[in-house]
Ligand binder design. Structure first.
Ligand code: G3H
Ligand code: 13P
Ligand code: ZN
Length: 311
């Protein structure tokens, strides 16, 4: 078994009304924690690597860790570049053995986004690698945009057919109200996703896999554990899991989760060190961090994404 692309994964997910989880990896414990969960749930999984992760852990270390996970689990695992910002990083990941890359041209104009995305698709497809593009901008709570501006940031359904046909992308990330990080909405603000936009997009692109970034739910119980053990995180509001379940039952085939894993791993490590102030062997507290990752990823696969048993 070797790394797989996402084509078959997404076809099955679309038909089956579920989504495949794409979890960010930065070190061995995170890779092991996620893939142990996928194995226990017999689920396909996407491990994704950001530019920051490549800088932190180095390309070859991550590559070999993920290959080891494929050997250990025998599962269909895709290794994906998350938010590639230009052709060069996408090319480096294609050349370096990834099975999927994202070119995030969302900060560019429509025409420039098409041009860079097309360039990546031509190179990646020639090497058997699939490509995710992005149309629309994910806002952050710190961006402080008014409602009219906010609407302008969402993916415009009228543009999606032209974007997909001119670029040749294999999947499309869209903006419908999610955002990156732990603070997705202002205190007191009610989380809302634009399912009407998702519906219009899927009508224009029948059968085409849609990707949702910024999909952490930021469970309050983990924030509490952090704060009970020396942390001082402000209250955070994420995407309610029932909304993600709804998206997974629609055209969304890939759901990106990073912040929730960071949060629950940190909560477990803080708790361990607070309860065992004499411990100084990293294996002791990192084992708890790894176990916490397995627990939350199992929950996401089983109760949110619906991909249990679909490997
Ligand atoms: O979408 C961003 C991911 O959460 C990766 O974050 O760039 O800090 O590794 P990072
Ligand atoms: P979260 O910050 O909501 O986990 O989103 C992660 C993501 O979109 C990675 O690309
Ligand atoms: Zn993202």
């Amino acid at each position: 078994m070797s790394l797989v692309g996402t084509k078959e994964m997404f076809e099955k997910a679309y038909q089956g009304g579920y989504a495949v989880g794409a979890f960010n990896v930065n070190n061995m414990e995170i890779v092991q924690g996620i893939t142990e969960a996928a194995k226990l749930e017999n689920s396909p999984v996407i491990l994704q690597v950001s530019a920051g992760a490549r800088k932190y852990a180095k390309h070859n270390y991550l590559m070999k860790l993920v290959e080891a996970a494929v050997m250990e689990t025998g599962l269909p695992i895709a290794l994906h570049l998350d938010h590639g910002e230009n052709f060069d990083i996408c090319k480096a990941c294609v050349d370096g053995g990834f099975s999927s890359v994202m070119i995030d041209g969302s900060k560019h104009s429509f025409e420039e986004n098409i041009a860079v995305t097309r360039q990546v698709v031509e190179y990646a497809h020639a090497h058997g690698v699939v490509v995710e593009g992005e149309l629309g901008k994910l806002a952050g709570v710190e961006d402080d945009v008014n409602v009219a501006d906010e609407d302008a940031q969402f993916t415009n359904p009228a543009e999606v057919e032209e974007f997909v046909s001119r670029t040749g992308v294999d999947s499309l990330a869209i903006a419908i109200g999610t955002s990156h990080g732990a603070y997705k909405f202002k205190p007191g603000q009610k989380p809302r996703l634009r399912f009407d936009i998702l519906e219009q997009i899927s009508q224009r692109l029948p059968g085409f896999p849609i990707v949702l970034h910024g999909a952490s739910s930021v469970p309050q119980q983990y924030v509490q554990i952090v704060n009970q053990h020396g942390g001082s995180m402000p209250d955070a509001i994420g995407i309610p899991e029932e909304m993600l379940r709804q998206a997974a039952s629609m055209a969304v085939c890939k759901i990106n989760i990073d912040s929730d894993l960071r949060l629950c791993m940190t909560a477990a490590v803080r708790k361990h060190l607070a309860e065992h102030p004499d411990h100084f062997d990293p294996r002791q507290y990192l084992a708890d961090g790894r176990e916490a990752i397995t627990e939350i990823v199992r929950h996401k696969i089983r109760d949110v994404l619906g991909s249990s048993g679909k490997a």
